[in-house]
Design a protein around this ligand. Structure first.
Ligand SMILES: [Zn+2]
Ligand SMILES: [Zn+2]
Length: 361
């Protein structure tokens, strides 16, 4: 038993193929490494793409099968290697899954988000859907004491939204818009609120109705663009006709076009959403009004301490986001829930036994 552990792995390069397997126990940590007992793993759209084995995934990731997915995870420090001073056994921690190289021109500028050589745990290399994982210590961050461990896996997507805020460099901005109401849209709302935006409006579709209700429970202003003129609604809700900054998190042709229209002259659009295909845009709208389109990819190492500060202050909102807590053996059920959009955030708890039926609040 001590030499093996359970994991969920993508076992073949074809649709589906997520299986519970036994793998050798994670190794003891070497220098500057720690071994983590994984307590929570968030399942997101990227994991669905790995499940489906989309063209992009097949082109971008070249894993050796079986590959253990899971890039949003948190747990408890089980063992500490030599040379690690900021962590101790028993610490409750979240993990930055981007193993940035530290030597490329971008890493040298502390811009690890665009590192040229950074395997991502759960995408290129084995990730968190397992009981234990040994990982580079500088990628491990202590969670505030008041954050329940099952919410720790939200630190990763939250870091993306915190990095979006870093990229737009808010100064006198007052009114923000968020286009898209999935987990990232809602986290972007929470992050914007924590950053001090006075007016934040979330835009969604008929199919987002439940998510918009949830956003309202968090105190957000929402607009269903299929029911109401979004520009009139934005002015009614904020007192200004256009947004100072727009966070585009949906990544569809329509949402990107709308985000560019909605931002004011000389305003900024943070491009967070990953488009599934080529997106044509009207560049004259960008040129004539000197709008700025700003790419946002993941986060830097320096983003994570900021996330750790914010996450302790937003526990009640995060609790609303997690709709299901499932066991490792129920990972395929989690995927089904996501494919059918019957959930918001689903987390897998690899070391919790008999969690069946313990669903969210
Ligand atoms: Zn993710
Ligand atoms: Zn690098």
């Amino acid at each position: 038993m001590d030499n093996v552990m359970k994991a969920v792995a993508k076992v073949r390069s074809e649709y589906g193929s997520f299986e519970v397997i036994e793998v050798p126990m994670a190794k003891s940590p070497g220098d500057h490494e720690v071994k983590i007992r994984v307590e929570t793993v968030g399942i997101c759209g990227t994991d669905l793409s790995i499940y489906k084995w989309t063209e992009t995934v097949a082109r971008e990731y070249h894993p050796v099968f079986p590959l253990i997915p899971g890039h949003e995870f948190a747990g408890i420090v089980e063992e500490v290697g030599a040379g690690v001073s900021h962590l101790k056994v028993g610490d409750k921690v979240a993990i930055n899954p981007h193993i940035s190289c530290g030597i490329c021109p971008y890493c040298i500028q502390n811009r690890e988000s665009i590192c040229e050589n950074r395997p991502i745990l759960g995408c290129h290399a084995d990730g968190g859907l397992t009981q234990y994982l040994t990982v580079r210590a500088k990628n491990v961050f202590v969670l505030p004491a008041n954050v329940p461990i099952y919410l720790g896996s939200l630190a990763e997507p939250l870091s993306v939204t915190v990095h979006a805020l870093e990229r737009v460099q808010q100064k006198s901005d007052k009114a923000a818009a968020i286009v898209g109401v999935g987990t990232v849209g809602l986290l972007q709302y929470i992050a914007c609120k924590a950053a001090g935006y006075e007016d934040i409006v979330l835009f969604g579709l008929d199919s987002d109705q439940e998510r918009m209700e949830l956003a309202k429970r968090m105190g957000a202003k929402t607009v269903n663009i299929e029911k109401e003129d979004p520009y009139i609604a934005f002015e009614r809700l904020t007192g200004q006709p256009k947004a100072d900054v727009v966070f585009e998190v949906a990544g569809t042709n329509d949402s990107i076009t709308f985000a560019i229209d909605l931002v004011k002259t000389a305003g900024k659009v943070a491009m967070v959403g990953i488009a599934a295909s080529y997106t044509p845009i009207d560049t004259t709208k960008v040129v004539f009004a000197e709008k700025e389109l700003i790419g946002v990819r993941a986060y830097n190492l320096s983003t994570w301490p900021k996330t750790m500060e914010i996450i302790g202050k937003i526990v009640p909102q995060l609790e609303l986001l997690v709709t299901h807590r499932l066991s490792l053996a129920e990972t395929n059920k989690a995927v089904e829930l996501l494919l059918k959009r019957q959930c918001l955030k689903v987390v897998i708890e690899p070391n919790a036994e008999s969690l069946a039926g313990r669903e969210g609040r």
